[in-house]
Each structure stands twice: as C-alpha cells, then as structure tokens.
Design a protein around this ligand. Structure first.
Ligand code: F6P
Length: 319
C-alpha cells in the first residue's frame, strides 16, 4: 500500500494525538503517503482532508484532544454516506484507512470493510468499554484526572465534615467510576453493571461518621441515577450535609499520561505495518499487556464485563 489515511471519530480521548503522530511518522518511515481526514467520518464524506508529513505532527505527543477534529456522524450511518466516503477515498487514491475511536467508530469501519475497503481500528475512548481490549487509549488519563478531582473534593469535604456525591463519565461502562473510586479511596461506588442498594450507601455514610470519618465519598457512574437525588436522600436520612460534583468533560481533556502515549505510539506503528502487510479489517487491542489483533466483527461482538474483584476491594477497604 502506498497511500493511506487516518481519522479520529466519536468522543476525543487523550492519547489520540500521540497515535496520529505515530501513524504519520511510521507511514513516512515506510515511504507511504498519509492523508489526515478532518472531523471523523463527516470529513471523509465531504472530502475534507489534507496530506500530512513528519513535521505536521511535531509537538503533539503531549496534547489532549485530536488535531484532526472529531464528530459523531449521522450521515455515515446511511448507505449514501458510505458511498460518498468510498468515492472520496477513490478520488485521492487512498488504499487503506486507520480509524481511532470506540465502538461507534468501529461500526463505521466494519461498514467500509464490508464494502471491500481495507480498515484498521485503534481503540481510543476514555470509557474503556470495548470488550475485546483490556484497556483503551485515554482511559488511564481520564482516571488520573478523576482521581485528582476526587482528591480535591476530599480535602474540602473532610474540612466541612460533609458527604460528596461525584458523578464521573463512562456512558454504559463503570470502569472510570470503579478505578477512580478505588484509587480515590471512595466509600461507595455506584456502577451500571452492579446493583447498588441505597441503604448500603446510607449505612456506609453512618458507619463512617460514627467512626469519626470527616468525609464520605460516593462515586457514581453517569447514567446510574440522579446524583442530586442521591445527595438529597443522604441529607434527609442521615442529616449529613452533602454536595454534588459532576466532573463532565474535564475528564476528556488534558495531557495524556505516559501509559496512554506509549500504547498510542506502539499501536500507531503496528497499524501502519498491518496495512502495509495487508493484514486488514482488524482492530488493535491489549490482551495480557500486549498488543494483539482481532477481526472487526469479532471484536465488536465481545461483551465487556466489570472486574468484580476490584469492586469487592472497595467494599473491604471502605469499612
Ligand atoms: O464516550 C466518551 C464520552 O465522554 C462518554 O463518557 C460520555 O457519555 C459521552 O462521551 C459524552 O458525549 P458528548 O461529548 O457528545 O457529550
């Protein structure tokens, strides 16, 4: 393959830029031309792309977000949108495409591959919700950001003797809540994957107070309920003042931590090498701490499960 392209799609994730850099540099190393497509699949259908070179990815390994821009494209879900994308790829003589994103992005990649166009996916999402990969690029940075915020909330909560309900992101996956809650020393963690009895949360709050704890941290994954309702229930039933913090998009930005840059750099190179060798229509993932590949359709079918062992540690440590 002599000419390839790269796009980022869906929610941005810290480390995407490190992966873009690796793809562009590896392509140059192997004497391939690489186009950067702007704003995900929308840019692809519109022909919004430009040739990239070694210096167009200088000084980005440390930057959050994506220099290519991203979008959640509705048009690409249609037959017509996909055909438009194939036309653009054809016009520019692009022979293979590397896509960075999560499951929505990979569904788009699957559609292109089924139409005979070679694609490779690199897992980039803060949610860590892809069943086929132990970790996704951006997840550890998001957890780090959440842990930092939880630490700051802990300071003020314990100063005032309050409880704090903190909502973190994750869409349908509780990993950010679980990992940041464990690392942040939370008393309770509410996940979409495991039923939480509100009385247990209240018992933890009361136990903590009776043991002289000055703070009580309850980490909720988004979509598991209304954090303001949880806070009001705590206040009403325990008479403990409670505050709510919704971390929101803060978790998506910021400089990627080392592990995300390292995985992104390695995967960027592997993706280019796989395209070069025509080992195509695959997703890159992490299994047993190593990069491995899986066909796109199989990867998309893998269910994601929460690490119950980690969840139980929170119960043991928060007595
Ligand atoms: O998929 C990443 C993510 O940040 C989810 O955690 C969250 O539910 C969603 O994206 C938010 O999407 P948007 O940026 O479109 O509001």
């Amino acid at each position: 393959m002599r000419t390839i392209a790269i796009l980022t799609s869906g929610g941005d994730a810290p480390g995407m830029n490190a992966a873009i850099r690796a793809v562009v540099r590896a392509a140059s190393y192997y004497d391939m031309k690489v186009y950067g497509i702007k704003n995900g699949y929308s840019g692809l259908t519109e022909g919004n792309l430009e040739l990239m070179g070694v210096s167009s990815v200088a000084d980005i390994i440390q930057r959050g977000g994506t220099i290519l821009g991203t979008a959640r494209s509705k048009e690409f879900l249609t037959e017509e949108g996909q055909q438009r994308a194939l036309n653009v790829l054809d016009i520019y003589g692009i022979e293979g495409l590397i896509v960075l994103g999560g499951d929505g992005t990979f569904r788009g990649a699957k559609a292109l591959s089924e139409k005979g166009f070679p694609v490779i996916g690199i897992p980039c999402t803060i949610d860590n919700d892809l069943g086929y990969s132990e970790y996704t690029i951006g997840f550890f940075t998001a957890v780090e950001t959440a842990v930092d915020a939880i630490g700051k909330i802990r300071d003020t909560s314990s100063s005032h003797g309050r409880a704090s309900v903190i909502e973190v992101m994750g869409r349908h996956c509780g990993d950010i809540a679980l990992y940041s809650g464990l690392a942040g020393g939370a008393e309770s963690i509410i996940l979409p994957e495991i039923y939480t009895d509100m009385d247990q949360v209240l018992q933890k709050v009361l136990q903590g107070r009776n043991r002289g704890k000055r703070q009580n941290l309850i980490i909720m994954a988004e979509g598991t309920g209304d954090p303001y309702e949880v806070a009001e229930t705590i206040r009403m039933k325990t008479n403990i003042e409670t505050r709510v913090t919704i971390l929101g998009h803060i978790q998506r930005g910021g400089t990627p931590i080392a592990i995300d840059r390292i995985i992104a750099s390695e995967m960027g190179i592997v993706a280019v090498e796989k395209l070069r060798d025509r080992d195509i229509n695959i997703l890159l993932g992490i299994r047993n701490n190593n990069i491995y590949t899986i066909p796109i359709d199989k990867g998309l079918l893998c269910g994601k499960s929460i690490k119950k062992g980690l969840y139980n540690t929170v119960g043991i440590l928060s007595i």
